[in-house]
Design a binder for this molecule. Structure first.
Ligand code: ADP
Length: 376
């Protein structure tokens, strides 16, 4: 977690086992295609895989009847993120957002007994702001810190061109989230799932997944509020510890009805001066560099308007500086003869790495935040 270059959302490891089921045993799935029926091989990972398969079978066995097992497997494979954890301290700044997320999600998940009645936590929270400001990192930190299963969803992962498959995927997603509760369903770019744009027939599949998503989410809210929940429904999982956390760079594209469901809407702004400094220092902390405090201050001034991911990109590019002049010699130069990263490397990189949000774009976020959001 302390690595100098924070990992991107693409880098996810799926080696770890799915979390062990916490509820009472139910008979394993009788699905003939179960994973555990694969023939054995001499792969040293086999034992791990066997454990994994047993867990998967147990999880699938707890799903209510109407849920398609193939879709559930797909969700477990592609959507449940394991390993490569993000912690609060990996995220520079955003103290207000961290505090809001702790209060709205982490504490209620860890102490459900304290958070009922008036303290009933919200079932949905929206993180909005310019791209690359740490929304995904925050969601992943929430999952780590609240010891939750993390379902990382995008609109495209819930849209299948096969008739009826989109709804099945969405139902499997919510079904699994309840079985594996506490769970965070994180929807990146929620605007494309819940957009106001009228969908033509070719977007039939996305319209279907949107409708099913809203139905399932309502059921969750209803179940969590403790109303109209049958004993059978209760046995299927813990709906009170499932939260939909969504992120968007285009909050104005979410239709009004969907927007209102996000009781909490948290603005994730561009990093301020001291946050850029904190991030730059952290990125340089394990590197061989020669930047003085004054150099860092100059860099902080020169990165006004940069997002967290722009700053990461800048530092990565500058870190390549000492290698760039070596040419082929790179292949045999010993490590200790590679020169340190200098402020000049950053200056050179600043000519090509520019802020990805324009000042006009930024004003649009500020306005939306004033009208609909919480700051911090
Ligand atoms: P978003 O979801 O807001 O588009 P991400 O959370 O995916 O942005 O951030 C993209 C990358 O940018 C991260 O992997 C990290 O390298 C860097 N980054 C962005 N914001 C921060 C931050 N506040 N602290 C540290 N790194 C950040």
């Amino acid at each position: 977690a302390n690595s100098s270059l924070p990992s991107t959302k693409e880098e996810k490891s799926v080696r770890r086992k799915p979390p062990a089921p916490k509820r009472q045993e139910t008979p394993p799935s009788s699905d003939p295609e179960s994973w555990e029926q694969r023939s054995s091989s001499s792969d040293p990972d086999d034992e791990d895989e066997d454990d994994e398969n047993t867990d998967v079978t147990k999880i699938l066995g707890k799903l209510p009847k109407g849920i398609d097992l193939q879709s559930a497997r797909q969700i477990l494979n592609d959507i449940v993120v394991r390993g490569d954890e993000v912690h609060w301290e990996d995220i520079a700044g955003l103290d207000g957002a961290k505090k809001a997320l702790k209060e709205a999600v982490v504490y209620p998940f860890l102490r459900p007994d304290l958070f009922s009645g008036l303290r009933e936590p919200a079932r949905g929270m929206l993180l909005f702001g310019p791209p690359g400001t740490g929304k995904t990192m925050l969601a992943r930190a929430v999952a780590t810190e609240s010891k939750s299963t993390f379902f990382s969803v995008s609109a495209s992962s819930l849209t299948s061109k096969w008739h009826g498959e989109s709804e099945k995927l969405v139902r499997a997603l919510f079904g699994l989230a309840k079985v594996l509760a506490p769970s965070i369903i994180f929807v990146d770019e929620i605007d494309s799932l819940l957009s106001t744009r009228s969908s033509s027939s070719e977007h039939e599949a996305s319209r279907r997944s949107k409708t099913e998503f809203l139905i399932q989410w309502s059921d969750l809210q209803r179940a969590a509020a403790g109303r109209e929940v049958s004993a059978r429904e209760k046995k299927m999982g813990d709906a009170s510890r499932v939260l939909v956390l969504a992120a968007t760079n285009m909050p104005w594209d979410i239709d009004e009805a969907a927007r209102r469901r996000f009781v909490r809407r948290q603005y994730i702004p561009l990093p301020e001066h001291h946050v850029r400094e904190q991030q730059l220092r952290r990125l340089l902390s394990h590197q061989h560099h020669q930047l003085s405090d004054a150099d860092i201050q100059t860099l902080v001034e020169n990165t006004e308007g940069f997002s967290g991911s722009d700053i990461t990109a800048l530092a990565k590019d500058a870190a390549m500086g000492p290698l760039r002049n070596l040419g082929e010699a790179l292949l045999h130069t010993p490590m200790d003869q590679i020169r340190a990263i200098e402020v000049g490397d950053f200056e050179a990189s600043l000519t090509s790495i520019r802020p990805s949000v324009s000042s006009t774009g930024l004003r649009q976020y500020e306005e939306w935040a004033r009208e609909f959001g919480e700051r911090g």
